[in-house]
Design a protein around this ligand. Structure first.
Ligand SMILES: O=C(O)CCC(=O)C(=O)O
Ligand SMILES: [Fe+2]
Length: 414
């Protein structure tokens, strides 16, 4: 498929030793950065309009903490589609919930789903545009798209507003229309009272229109209602926000290490969408006394040689663990404590044990619910859900400066 002219595409091929994964296979990684900047960001180390060829490849390498895959991107030839046969009938398995575990700041409602049509359309778009080459072969497993927000711009034109959407930033550019439409849809689906107004506002900040009459009104998420003579102003806080969308493609057996999303790169309020297949996401509370340490670690490790910014188990509280099944087309939101004090990750498995029907009510309420597959005496019904290819789309706010690679010393080990 042809690329849009206003987007620069970079297929960054690894060529250094550390970008070779465990299996000696090469990973390729794909970044799209909008070039249609409204402002040029001059920094001592370069400017934001440099082409991806100029960008420090390590920052985006598939083994950097921004990219938490540390497995080969090869499709295993034979993954079982059924539960592991070696499982003894008495062996305990971890059972994932189907409804949100009690983690403050985690929003998940299994009944909130994108329509099949929209999900199919989106997945088709992403696969065709970003993941498959002209022969239909998969060439990458992760793509990052960056929105570009104008900087130091207090006043915006109506034209700019008319480009706005639930992306929450009327003048930003860069995310492709299907992803902006997806944000609009999500904003609608998780509208208060389902999601708290505070979190909804965090994810989809509204902005005020000050018309000539001095009346302020909410801008509809798509389009605008101001007259052509109106003067439109936005608050600088809002005009400076831009999102990153990260697209992750998982084959069965692949996962993502437990991690906290980079603190110096991304703000609060993370939206995750599961497409095609589902999977279980595991959450672990970081020990209270280690939260600061993990925060520092996650911030400073962004240029580390370590395969990922996964959080070492020593930082985790063993008793506060939850697994949640994310079905296809579902939406999850992490904010506050869920974003900062809990790790999230996806175990490398070929399938997941998931509670069947009603809530599982086993265990002591502290640890992960466990049961044997046929634990009928506990009233637990579990099912083994084989993994299929899963495509996730994660939206995060870029913190100021996070769109400039190499422009912030906290991202450099120099
Ligand atoms: O695939 C997912 O749903 C999670 C992705 C993720 O956690 C990340 O990219 O930081
Ligand atoms: Fe993450």
């Amino acid at each position: 498929m042809k690329r849009k002219p206003d987007l620069v595409e970079s297929i960054i091929e690894s060529n250094s030793q550390k970008e070779e994964n465990h299996h000696g296979k090469r990973m390729r990684f794909h970044v799209e950065i909008p070039t249609s900047l409204t402002t040029t960001l001059d920094t001592p180390q370069g400017n934001a309009s440099e082409t991806p060829n100029d960008i420090d490849v390590d920052t985006f390498s598939s083994l950097s903490p921004d990219s938490l895959f540390d497995e080969a991107f090869t499709f295993p030839s034979s993954f079982p589609a059924s539960p592991p046969l070696h499982l003894h009938p008495d062996e305990k398995v971890q059972i994932a919930l189907r409804t949100a575990p009690p983690i403050p700041g985690l929003f998940f409602d299994p009944s909130v789903r994108l329509s099949e049509d929209l999900a199919e359309e989106l997945a088709g778009y992403c696969m065709g545009r970003y993941f498959n080459d002209d022969d239909g072969k998969r060439r990458v497993n992760q793509v990052m798209l960056f929105e570009r927000a104008p900087v130091d711009q207090e006043t915006v034109t109506e034209d700019a507003v008319s480009c706005g959407s639930g992306s929450g930033c009327p003048t930003s550019t860069g995310l492709p229309p299907p992803l902006l439409a997806l944000l609009d849809k999500i904003s609608d689906l998780i509208r208060p009272p389902l999601l708290s107004s505070k979190t909804h506002e965090l994810l989809f900040p509204s902005f005020a229109l000050y018309t000539g009459t001095g009346r302020s009104e909410q801008v509809p998420r798509s389009g605008h209602s101001a007259t052509s003579t109106s003067r439109i102003e936005t608050h600088s806080k809002q005009t400076k926000q831009a999102r990153q969308a990260i697209l992750n493609l998982y084959a069965p057996g692949e996962g993502i290490s437990p991690h906290v999303d980079l603190l110096r790169r991304f703000g609060d309020g993370i939206i995750g969408v599961s497409l095609c297949g589902g999977c279980v996401m595991r959450f672990e509370r970081i020990r209270e006394e280690r939260v600061e340490e993990v925060a520092e670690r996650a911030s400073w490790q962004s240029r580390s040689d370590s395969p990922s910014s996964s959080v070492d188990s020593v930082f985790l509280s063993n008793s506060n663990v939850h697994e949640l099944y994310l079905p296809p087309n579902s939406i999850i939101v992490l904010s506050g404590e869920a974003r900062y004090k809990w790790t999230h990750g996806i175990e490398r498995r070929t399938g997941d044990w998931v509670s069947y029907g009603d809530e599982v009510n086993v265990g002591d309420g502290e640890g992960l619910p466990q049961a044997t597959p046929n634990d009928s005496n506990l009233g637990v019904k579990v099912e083994w859900i084989p993994r299929t290819t899963r495509l996730s789309i994660t939206f995060r706010w870029l913190l100021p400066g996070a769109d400039i690679v190499g422009g912030d010393t906290s991202d450099c080990e120099q």
